[in-house]
Design a protein around this ligand. Structure first.
Ligand code: NAD
Length: 422
């Protein structure tokens, strides 16, 4: 398997057009049952008999019992390592596309951007009567619903799940975007039995467009004999190995004593610690509206910034303590007045070790060498001896002035030259 993984890894160049299509198998390790596995029946009903408009018309209550039960089960599931790798690829590769047949929302919860959801989402609902007062569909996370079927808040008629049932048309726009995504350099089919159309046809489409095709599935499927490389192993094992073979994330930085990793949606625990930090709150509150500040939102905001601007928050690891971050660094897209703003902070017990300077130098090096920014400016509240010393060590120009809120503030700037002392 190792040699096959390495040959696939070689094809995943930074500028490659990479498209991954997933099915139920990618969520199996999260505890979500696949349909055609041993759990393919529910209360004696075949699933194909529950997931149809006719079944709903006959008994909305019974169909909703099944969906409500699945929503409850899913609310207790977490994205697994396969979801996390794909989410990080959506940041790592600018031309990455993710198509899923799954309705469970786990790719999005892992932080993947712009997922093409072929079969809709179990977390969306819409009015069965398509009443004119209600939007086409909307998200509703209520678990469990107090009344089944849940009533439409606009007309009182029954709501239906926002998924595509057997016998229903797929969203034309989504199918077109999927077809467009199959014109790629590398096409993966992961954890799908490759039986359900049109998803099953996307593989052929990709082959016709000259893509290298890869299947990840522990079982043999109709795709196995067709793809260039079939990897007969579980997705949650293969994808992390493949990811490791790619080497460091391009936005990761290393210095002699430090490792800086971009703060990604999987880093919820670290984001939770950061959320109590005032600078991070400023980072998030200054220019965006986040109604409830949760760790998930901090991590997602950082990931969105990386995807859009290649800026965001980095976790700072001391080499000898590689698993637990000792602090963070960040570049925010727009600083005070003009240009990117640098943020850095360490957890108190690590102050005085010179890590703040070293980490900030790392991010500044990234700013100047990789991002080629003309300058970085910023402001620190409540300046003290330590922050003054850090800025001086970085070779930054700084001055103490009253901030717009009247408080003493340290304004700093690199003024068009890289920081000294690297
Ligand atoms: P499927 O149940 O037909 O096939 C699942 C495939 O995953 C099988 O080929 C199996 O060998 C493979 N698999 C099992 N464990 C795996 C693992 N750990 N790693 C990699 N592969 C693994 O599912 P399908 O092909 O996605 O098609 C069924 C339809 O049912 C889809 O349209 C989908 O919308 C729906 N569905 C969705 C979910 C979900 O949202 N999680 C769950 C079940 C079914």
């Amino acid at each position: 398997m190792r040699s096959r993984l390495l040959s696939v890894a070689r094809a995943l160049r930074a500028d490659a057009r990479i498209t991954v299509m997933t099915g139920a198998g990618v969520s199996a390790a999260s505890g979500v049952p696949t349909f055609r596995g041993a759990d393919g029946l529910w209360k004696g009903f075949r699933l194909e008999d529950l997931a149809t408009p006719d079944a709903f018309a006959r008994s909305p209550h019974r169909v909703w019992e099944w969906y409500d039960w699945r929503r409850q089960a899913l609310a207790g599931c977490l994205p697994n390592r396969a979801h996390h790798v794909l989410a990080s690829w959506s940041l790592r590769f600018p031309r990455f596309r993710l198509i899923t047949q799954n309705v469970d929302g786990l790719h999005e919860r892992a932080g993947a951007a712009d997922v093409l959801r072929l079969h809709g989402s179990i977390w969306d609902v819409r009015c069965w009567n398509r009443c004119t007062a209600s939007p086409d569909q909307w998200r509703d996370d209520t678990v469990p619903f107090p009344v089944l079927p849940p009533p439409c808040p606009h007309c009182g008629g029954p709501l239906r799940p926002g998924v595509v049932w057997f016998g229903e048309m797929l969203d034309r726009d989504v199918v077109d975007r999927c077809l467009d995504a199959t014109c790629c350099d590398v096409f993966f089919t992961v954890g799908t039995s490759a039986l359900v159309h049109p998803a099953a046809g996307f593989l052929d489409h990709a082959r016709r467009h000259g893509a290298m095709t890869v299947e990840v599935n522990p079982e043999v499927t109709p795709a196995t004999s067709v793809v260039d490389t079939a990897i007969s192993e579980r997705a949650e094992l293969v994808l992390p190995e493949l990811d490791a073979a790619l080497g460091a994330h391009p936005l990761a930085l290393s210095t002699a004593r430090l490792r800086l990793e971009p703060l990604l949606p999987k880093d919820v625990e670290a984001a939770h610690r950061l959320w109590t930090h005032r600078d991070v709150r400023r980072y998030l509150w200054d220019d965006r509206i986040i109604p409830r500040g949760t760790a998930e939102e901090v991590a997602r905001a950082s990931a969105t910034d990386f995807a859009r601007y290649r800026f965001g928050l980095w976790l700072v690891y001391a080499r000898e303590e590689a698993r637990t971050p000792v602090g963070f660094c960040g570049l925010r897209a727009d600083g005070v007045g003009a240009g990117p703003q640098l943020l850095f902070g360490l957890y108190p017990k690590h102050w005085g070790q010179g890590l703040a300077q070293e980490a900030s130098r790392g991010v500044l090096a990234h700013a100047f060498e990789t991002l080629r920014l003309p300058r970085v400016i910023g402001a620190a509240d409540a300046p003290n001896e330590r922050s003054v010393r850090t800025l001086a060590a970085l070779g930054m120009r700084f001055e103490r002035r009253a901030g717009h809120d009247g408080l003493d503030t340290l304004f700093y700037s690199t003024e068009g030259r890289p920081p000294s002392g690297r």
